[in-house]
Ligand binder design. Structure first.
Ligand code: B12
Length: 304
């Protein structure tokens, strides 16, 4: 195998060790198409590391030794999310990009779902940065740098998420509305959906809702996510949002809302399909629209 292939693929014994099942169970799952696999020149099965990780993340399997799944050799099989959050915060405040990368990569490689990484590691670390800004111990440029370092680390995971993309994935499109500069929440929403098997198109911050409505016509998504972290003026937001929602409804597209600026008073006056406080809610809703195939119970042969 080439060096790049070595990081992308696992042998059946490596996958079995990581999943805590026998080699023959892994072979059965491969033959049943639950674990997509390729053959080496010598005829052996090789599995996409990212696909095996996804099975671990879905939480249906007992975990074995997850170090086999990590492309970083010195990882531990389980990860303490609070410790990871604190480590991330320190690295963000100190502007140490390599460490930000390492923490995010380690949590991801340990099998933690992207939504959990978002809700329990990245969001609380960034909230603390906001708090430090509020009390005047850090500057706005540090908020910008922290955002950039998190985004850069996340871009590094995209290749892994795309590596196990299914054919004919349902399409989701999302953004943050016009006037909302926040980059991370909508980026993380995209990654949650990529991880859940969607073709997720993120239009990013500051996207006019009129244009998002045009994207519905063009891209034909099944799901729209909208992350709202800043609303300048509630009544004009409501007006443009309502027009946008009518287009979504007309095309039969589900609209998932979230974000810090959607306080109860505003949210209770607008229509939507689902709302979530965190990205774990988005992931749960997405699974109802597009469930990933589940692996059979341990040891039991899959039904054809
Ligand atoms: C980084 C940052 C900025 C950066 C943004 C840079 C960028 N390009 O993204 C900059 C410097 C531009 C900025 C500006 C401002 N900021 Co600011 N900012 C932050 C900070 C520190 C982090 C935001 C972030 O990225 N969080 C990470 C994401 C992942 O977490 P999250 O937003 O909480 O999202 C979670 C949920 O909301 C939910 N979710 C989000 N989207 C979705 C979508 C769906 C579908 C679902 C289901 C769930 C969901 O899941 C996410 C993960 O758990 C926050 C602090 C904080 N508490 O977040 C302050 C904060 C939001 N900012 C604040 C303020 C006051 C401002 C300014 C008004 C300051 C000023 N006077 O100019 C401006 C506003 C500018 C504007 N036009 O909006 C305040 C808001 C206070 C309030 N009462 O609302 C905060 C809370 C800081 C504080 N403690 O005071 N900010």
């Amino acid at each position: 195998m080439q060096a790049d292939e070595k990081t992308l693929y696992l042998s059946t014994p490596q996958a079995a060790a990581a999943l805590g099942v026998s080699v023959s169970t892994v072979k059965r799952w491969v033959d049943a198409g639950i674990l997509p696999a390729h053959r080496t020149a010598g005829g052996h099965r090789k599995l996409l590391r990212a696909e095996v990780l996804a099975l671990v993340r879905q939480g249906h399997l007992p975990r074995g030794d997850l170090t086999a799944l990590s492309s970083v050799s010195a990882t531990t099989p389980t990860v303490d999310l609070e410790a990871a959050r604190d480590e991330l915060l320190k690295a963000l405040l100190d502007g140490r990009g390599a460490e930000v990368n390492a923490v995010i990569r380690r949590v991801y490689d340990s099998g933690v779902a992207i939504e959990t990484l978002a809700d329990r590691v990245i969001a609380p670390a960034m909230a603390r940065i906001g708090h430090d800004w509020e009390i005047g111990t850090i500057e706005v440029w540090q908020e910008h740098r922290g955002t950039d370092l998190c985004a850069a680390a996340l871009y590094g995971l995209k290749h892994d998420l795309e590596a196990r993309a299914e054919k004919n994935r349902p399409v989701a499109v999302g953004a943050a509305p016009e006037g909302d500069p926040y980059l991370l929440p909508t980026l993380l929403a995209q990654y949650v959906l990529l991880d859940a098997g969607w073709e997720a198109v993120n239009l990013g911050p500051n996207t006019p809702l009129k244009s998002l409505a045009e994207a519905i016509r063009e891209l034909r998504p099944r799901l729209i996510w909208l992350s709202v972290s800043f609303v300048a003026e509630e009544s004009s937001f409501r007006e443009t949002y309502n027009a946008f929602y009518r287009t979504a409804e007309h095309h039969g597209v589900a609209v998932a809302l979230g974000g810090r600026a959607l306080k109860d008073a505003l949210r209770s006056t607008i229509p939507y399909t689902t709302y979530g406080d965190g990205l774990e809610h988005l992931a749960a809703f997405a699974r109802t629209l597009h469930p990933r195939p589940k692996p059979p119970r341990r040891g039991r042969p899959p039904t054809p």
